[in-house]
Write a protein that binds this ligand. Sequence first.
Ligand SMILES: Nc1ncnc2c1ncn2[C@@H]1O[C@H](COP(=O)(O)OP(=O)(O)OP(=O)(O)O)[C@@H](O)[C@H]1O
Length: 354
Amino acid sequence: MPFEFANEEPLSRVKVYVRLRPVQKPSPMIHVDDETGTVIVDVLKSSGGGPPRSTIEQSAFTVDDIIRTTNQQRAFEHCAKEYTDEFLNGYNATIMAFGQVGAGKTYTMAGDTKIHVHRGFIQRAIGQVMEEKRAHPEAGIVVYMSYLEIYEEAIKWFNEGEKQRSYGQHLLNQQSSRSHTFFTLYMERRVGRFHTEHDTIVAKLTLVDLAGAERLKKTNVERGGRMRKEACTINKSISYLETAIYALRVGQNYVPFRQGKASTLLKESLGGNCKTMIMICLWLEDCFYDETVNSLRFAQKVKFLKTYPFRNKKLDCATATKRRHLQQIANLQQEVALKDALQGRPGLSFDDLT
Ligand SMILES: Nc1ncnc2c1ncn2[C@@H]1O[C@H](COP(=O)(O)OP(=O)(O)OP(=O)(O)O)[C@@H](O)[C@H]1O
């Protein structure tokens, strides 16, 4: 079915939030300023030869907001609800979690499905869509969904949800995701005139839980074992994603999205017809200083990405055929006028049939 794209839509910037996993003793080298949404990191620099002397410099990373709450409803309302609203309004939207292992990505996206108040963004987005469907029966909202994981660079479709996901256990997380997951809702709804298909809008909402890049030394997974192989594949696919983001950021002509499955699926979300939000999950323990800095560097890169969202309208077949015919007539008229001009004939004028 053909789609119509409005061309007056503005650019949109990828929004970046940081969510902090609660910790007992946060690193003294990382300072969080909630007011300005800035995370300041102390960087030790050794200066020259002679006796070891080091100076402290600071790097500041600013994001759209910092989320400390463990309350899932509050976190959803603050960061993700607006994207579900946009989806219901006909825009493609993506909500994505990124961060090191154990930092709270799965807690944010899927939550704890056994404890109702701890359910994550996926269930809350579904709830919001169902609420809209109930409140507006005249809109005839139809929703489809798909749920897939990328495990070892192979796509596997879920039909029973999160419990089919590939998990493993290591030092940093009892239930560590070993795959990236993509949960997608597709919606069609009528707007304006109800009796024609001409006024149908369509949109896609994707909730992505990326598996966390991990330091093999810290997770201490067995050499040559399955989990080490999984970790290497995850690290490689995150690095492909970072390469694509870098290419987008510096405006390269060729962006290597197709190196990995996750980056291929995220092409539209990172630079196309989509409104996108990324939740960077941080675990501010001292021993994760390097991982925190890496995640913040990622945040700094994605926050400058631009996307081009459109309100997607679905055209019915009759309207699409009529538009195609009008375009063909205009092309033919141009061709006849060109031939007339080349052969020195007076041009024909075409009046509308009345
Ligand atoms: N914001 C938070 N509030 C409360 N608990 C949290 C929060 N973030 C994480 N946790 C807890 O930390 C643990 C690990 O979180 P989670 O499994 O979501 O990490 P992850 O980033 O998905 O890790 P992995 O990449 O290994 O799958 C869970 O037990 C979760 O309940």
